[in-house]
Design a protein around this ligand. Sequence first.
Ligand SMILES: Cc1ncc(C[n+]2csc(CCOP(=O)(O)OP(=O)(O)O)c2C)c(N)n1
Length: 296
Amino acid sequence: MNQIPLDSGAPTMKSYHSEVPCTWCDGCGDYGIWTALKRALVELKIAPHETLLCYDVGCHGNMSDKLLGYRFHGLHGRVIPFAAGAKLANPKLPVLAFGGDGASFSEGIGHLVHGIRSNYPIVFVLHNNGNYGLTTGQASSLTAQGVPMNTAPNGIPEHTLNSMDFVFSLEPTFVARGFSGDIKQMTMILKKAIEHHGFAFVDILQSCPTYNHFATHDYLLEHCYHVEDEGHDPTDLKKARQIAVDTSKRISTGILYKIEDIPSFYERLVPRQGKKTTPVEEVEIVDVSGYLKRFV
Ligand SMILES: Cc1ncc(C[n+]2csc(CCOP(=O)(O)OP(=O)(O)O)c2C)c(N)n1
């Protein structure tokens, strides 16, 4: 049965098991991200009923019924506002939002801008497969220039958006990058992102064997390196931006940037100052019939 288990014991990978079979292509990076997500939640002892997982529309969004827990599967490009709203209503709940590069850097890019600048206390995981996967390989703004795609047989005429430079221009408080073939490092990244108290931007370079023939699993395997192995200081903004942006020779992965002393959006809300309760705990039934009488 696909019911959320409410056991009081520590969660295991099995607690997240859904009987809905996966439909991703063989070799899709979504399998790795799916596994790392469950591992991160289990290692943080977060049970399926203790978190909210919000999915955009796309191949990655089809993960929403491939695991148990409270899940929301929304409109294309619109996952961030929903996740932020849910989190502000119930700030005690870890809220994670997942979106593709088509949704997040093309169609819904405005929401990403305001998610980062607002420092909403949520995790945003970018399934960065460099194309619109579900609708069969159209170019997104993160597709490499000159590469033939289904809607651009001669390659896209526009230049590729430098997503990391863009993200850093928005003054983020947490930026990480992972690779869908590295479950161990992705698990570490997701755990740190969940523990971050502001907006955690997690870019996962995801292999898409069907439509992405420029940043393949093998290419990413050969080019990615762990910043933690090179003693990177994630509080060094200048260095973080530089290693995030320059991927010409090799690709930095790990926690690239993190500062904790910037208040989140919720912490900045004046009416919430000093409140011990959350908005969902304050919801009450109000009799409005007295107000309605004014209109009759
Ligand atoms: C508002 C809206 N625009 C377009 C679509 C059609 N659509 C559905 S999935 C998709 C592609 C998703 O690509 P991406 O966000 O990169 O995620 P991926 O499938 O690669 O994981 C598109 C264009 C839609 N469902 N809703």
